[in-house]
Write a protein that binds this ligand. Structure first.
Ligand code: 2NL
Length: 344
C-alpha cells in the first residue's frame, strides 16, 4: 500500500507539471482526490490494515494528499497568471493613436438669440415668463383692448381651433396672465419669449409660425423715458455700443402712445445704403405705454399704475445681426446653415 501511495504521488505530480490548462488541472484533481479518485480508493482499503500499520499508512496518505493539493494550487496560480498576462496583452491599447472625432451639436441660432436677449433683460431685473400656445380669445384679444369686431383683429389672421380657442398670435397673452397673477398690486418686470402663429403665406419675410419676445414693466410712475432708456440699452448691447436709436410714432391697440424703434444702420452708419434702403435707419421693434384699458382689465388701477411694453421678432433680429436673408432658413434646418452659428 505504501508503494501504491508513492506511485500515486509521483504520477500525480508528473501530470500536474505537464498540464497546460486549468480545465485539465481540474480533471487531475478529480482523478486523484475526487470521491472516486485513486487516492480516495486507496484510503478506503485502509480498513484491511492492522492496527499498527494504519496510522503509518494514514500519515503517508495525508502527506501524499497534501503534496498533490499544494502542487495543484501552485499550478493553478501559474496558469491563471499566464491567462491574465495573455488577456492583458490582447487587450492592450495604443494610447498614442489619434482619437475619432465626436460630432457635437449646438443650440439653434434662434435659441442663441433668444437666450442672449433673455440674459440681457435678466441683467436689468426682468423675470422670464411662459404661457400656453393654445390660448383663449379672451387673453389673446379681449384683455389686450381688442374687443370682438375690433377692426385691428383683421390685422392678424388667426388660426382658430374653436370659437373661443386659438393659436396665440403674439406672446401678449402671457403678459395679460402675469398681470392677473400679480393681482393689480405687485410691480414687476417680465419678458416672455415663445412661438406664435399667424395665417400667412410663407415667403422670404413671412412665416406662419415664428418667435416673439415681449417685455412689460408695470409700476408706479413708469414713463416713456424709461422705455426709451431700456430700449437704448438693449440696442447697444445687442448691436454694438456705437448704435443709436430713434422712436417714431406708431399704433398698437394695447399701447397709447405707441412707438416704433429704429437703430442706426451699421452698414452705412446712417449714410443710407441698400440694407437700410437709403434711410440710414433699420426698424427693430414696437412698443409703447400700456393702454389704460389693458391695465384696468388686468386689475391694475391706471390712475395709480402705469407701464411700458414692447415686442420684437427674434428672427428679424437674427437676420439683421447675421445677414440672413430668408426667414424660412430658420425652420428648414439645413445643417450647412445651422453649423455656421455654433459658438462652441
Ligand atoms: C411688435 C410690437 C408690441 C406690445 C407688443 C403689449 C403687451 C401688453 C400690453 C401692452 Cl400685455 N403691450 N405688447 C406692445 C407694443 C408693441 O409688439 O412689433 N412686435 C413684433
Amino acid at each position: 500500500m505504501k508503494e501504491q501511495l508513492e506511485a500515486i504521488r509521483v504520477e500525480a505530480l508528473e501530470r500536474i507539471a505537464e498540464v497546460e490548462d486549468i480545465k485539465t488541472l481540474q480533471d487531475i484533481r478529480i482523478t486523484y482526490l475526487g470521491k472516486k479518485g485513486s487516492l480516495t480508493s486507496v484510503l478506503k482499503g485502509m480498513g484491511k490494515l492492522s492496527k499498527e500499520e494504519r496510522p503509518v499508512v494514514g500519515e503517508i496518505a495525508n502527506k501524499v494528499r497534501d503534496a498533490i493539493t499544494t502542487s495543484l494550487e501552485a499550478k493553478i496560480e501559474v496558469l491563471e497568471n499566464a491567462a491574465l498576462e495573455k488577456q492583458l496583452e490582447a487587450e492592450s491599447i495604443d494610447v498614442t493613436l489619434p482619437g475619432r472625432p465626436v460630432k457635437v451639436g449646438g443650440p439653434h441660432l434662434l435659441t442663441s438669440i433668444v437666450e442672449e436677449i433673455e440674459d440681457l433683460f435678466i441683467g436689468m431685473g426682468y423675470e422670464i415668463k411662459e404661457g400656453p400656445e393654445v390660448e383663449t380669445d379672451y387673453f389673446n384679444f379681449e384683455a389686450l383692448n381688442l374687443p370682438k369686431n375690433h377692426p385691428a383683429r383683421d390685422m392678424q389672421d388667426t388660426f382658430y381651433i374653436t370659437n373661443e380657442l386659438l393659436l396665440r398670435t403674439h406672446t401678449s397673452p402671457v403678459q395679460a396672465r402675469t398681470m392677473r397673477e400679480y393681482k393689480g398690486i405687485k410691480p414687476f418686470k417680465m419678458i416672455c419669449p415663445g412661438k406664435v402663429y399667424r395665417r400667412d403665406n410663407d415667403d422670404a419675410t413671412h412665416s406662419h409660425q415664428f418667435t416673439q419676445i415681449e417685455g412689460l414693466y408695470v409700476d408706479k410712475n413708469v414713463r416713456m423715458s424709461d422705455l426709451k432708456g431700456t430700449l437704448d440699452t438693449f440696442a447697444k448691447k445687442m448691436f454694438g455700443e456705437d448704435r443709436s436709436i430713434r422712436l417714431r410714432p406708431s399704433f398698437f391697440p394695447f399701447t397709447e402712445p405707441s412707438v416704433e424703434m429704429d437703430i442706426s444702420c451699421k452698414v452705412c452708419n446712417g449714410e443710407g445704403c441698400s440694407v437700410c434702403k437709403g434711410t440710414g435707419w433699420i426698424e427693430i421693434l414696437g412698443g409703447g405705454m400700456v393702454h389704460p384699458n389693458v391695465l384696468e382689465m388686468a386689475g391694475y388701477d391706471p390712475q395709480v399704475y402705469s407701464g411700458f411694453a414692447f415686442g420684437m421678432g427674434p428672427e428679424r433680429i437674427a437676420m439683421l445681426k447675421y445677414g440672413v436673408n430668408d426667414i424660412r432658413t430658420f425652420y428648414t434646418n439645413d445643417v450647412r446653415f445651422l453649423k455656421q452659428y455654433h459658438q462652441a
